[in-house]
Design a protein around this ligand. Structure first.
Ligand code: SAM
Length: 442
């Protein structure tokens, strides 16, 4: 197995994974990326990615022309079906795959068996063909629970697929605000490591509970308390041998962290250690916001109604009457706390859109695109690439908190350094004659 500092970025959006890796170390190099918004003639996210290459806002190692060629804009299925020829070798495969099927932004969810979720099988094909030593994926936290009628089946199927391809997996649900960042954004990060890595071999025999709290992938960058939550006891189980049987019958209450090696699962509800410093919504506000389009204006009552508590009589399509109720939410949003999750609908007249009292004008307004970029840890105006205003919010609703990826990439750099060192030592040994090798080993 070969190790270097190359990454392939799938479902790249506006490049959050790439940005996080490149911030962590100049050594990381993106050798292939793919981003395609199905059925859209205007490819805003892809164009934004390319624009940032042209403006040299990514770590560019080659000519603009060559860097652009590496960012492909077709359905990932095209590449997954011929991954051996079309995707270069890489050490780390990364991607946040589409979350429309699970996201809280929607009301009907159907898990990875759903239409969009099937995209995981494209990742699986690439993993099978390319066998990257490491894989780092991101998804919404509901993935651990879906579907509601067979809790944990989808994640179980995903773990089984990785096991079949020769990987162990560690996962952690991380809320960016728990580690001091300006947004309450909960996402599950999935780290898969190939059985031929030193990393796998060293962890294979370690007690899994000890592992999660000491040598686990997430622990050093995202420390947790020694004690786990007493509300949910740790759980263990075995993955079924047969994936179809597993898909039909497997159910498990996955906790917010866990590990799977050789089909054995250990999962624990860990408690994040409080950060020393908490960035708040107030900290990331822009100064001098004057453009009237951000201010609420006349329709204040509509906003008050949307944000307020209510009980509404509704009728289902079958004619069944019921009362829908929801609690009130902070209006305006608290400036001394982290913001809530940015959704793709941010900026539209919507209950979940943030409303802040501008500290300078004293008036109520929505967030600016730059403020959303800051909440995700992107540089200011990252999405100012010519896309319509509302798509800047859309792209941020789809993106991730880059700071979290940066920390994960730092950890991966240490892991890959170790693999490189180990394979050099190994090479050093195997290049010697049999007797010299024996002597060195002894
Ligand atoms: C959750 S977003 C990932 C955002 C990304 N991590 C970022 O930092 O912007 C998923 C992305 O997958 C893209 N996508 C959806 N279906 C796709 C397909 N079939 N092939 C390639 N990309 C696809 C979407 O356009 C979207 O940008």
């Amino acid at each position: 197995m070969k190790f270097d500092y190359t990454i392939t970025e799938l479902f790249a959006g506006v490049g959050g994974f790439r940005l996080g890796f490149e911030r962590a170390s100049k050594k990381w190099e993106t050798v292939f990326a793919n981003q395609w918004e199905p059925g859209k003639s205007k490819q805003h996210a892809y164009n934004c990615y390319i624009d940032n290459i042209r403006n040299d806002r990514f770590n560019r190692k080659n000519s603009i022309h060559w860097e652009e060629k590496r960012v492909t804009n077709e359905d990932i299925a095209t590449y997954a079906n011929a991954a051996k020829q079309l995707i270069p070798d890489h050490t780390v495969l990364v991607g946040g795959f589409p979350c429309q099927d699970y996201s809280v932004a929607r009301t009907k969810a159907d898990g990875i068996a759903g239409k969009k979720g099937v995209l995981f099988w494209e990742i699986d094909k690439i993993v099978a063909e390319k066998q990257p030593p490491f894989v780092l994926l991101e998804n919404v936290d509901r993935l651990l629970k879906s579907p509601s009628k067979q809790r944990g089946r989808d994640f179980g199927v995903m773990l089984k697929s990785f096991q079949k391809r020769g990987y162990g997996v560690e996962w952690r649900m991380i809320n960016a605000a728990d580690y001091g960042y300006a947004q309450k954004r909960r996402r599950v990060f999935i780290f898969a490591f190939h059985k031929d890595t030193q990393y796998f071999k060293e962890r294979q025999l370690t007690d899994k509970a000890v592992l999660l709290h000491s040598e686990g992938y997430f622990q050093s960058q995202f420390p947790v308390e020694d004690e786990s939550s007493t509300r949910h006891l740790p759980l263990s189980t075995e993955l079924h041998e047969d994936i179809v049987d597993l898909s039909d019958n497997f159910s498990f209450r996955f906790r917010n962290s866990g590990i799977m090696i050789d089909g054995h699962i250990y999962s624990e509800e860990v408690l994040p250690k409080s950060p020393r410093k908490q960035i708040t919504l107030g900290d990331i506000l822009e100064k001098g916001v004057e453009d009237e389009k951000y201010y609420l204006g006349e329709q204040l009552e509509d906003w008050e109604y949307m944000k307020g508590p209510k009980k509404v009589d509704r009728v289902t399509s079958e004619g069944y009457h019921y009362q829908y109720s929801e609690g009130g939410m902070a209006f305006p949003d608290h400036l001394d706390r982290p913001g809530r999750t940015i959704l793709t609908s941010e900026s539209s007249k919507n209950r979940s859109t943030h409303v802040v009292r501008d500290p300078e004008s004293g008036r109520l307004r929505i967030l600016t695109p730059v403020e959303c970029e800051r909440m995700n840890g992107f540089p200011d105006n990252w999405t100012d690439s010519g896309m319509p205003h509302k798509f800047r919010y859309f792209c941020m609703g789809n993106a991730l908190v880059v700071n979290l990826v940066e920390k994960m990439a730092k950890e991966l750099k240490i892991i890959v350094d170790n693999e490189v060192k180990h394979s050099k030592e190994h090479e050093g040994i195997s290049n010697l004659s049999f007797f010299e090798n024996k002597e060195k080993i002894n």
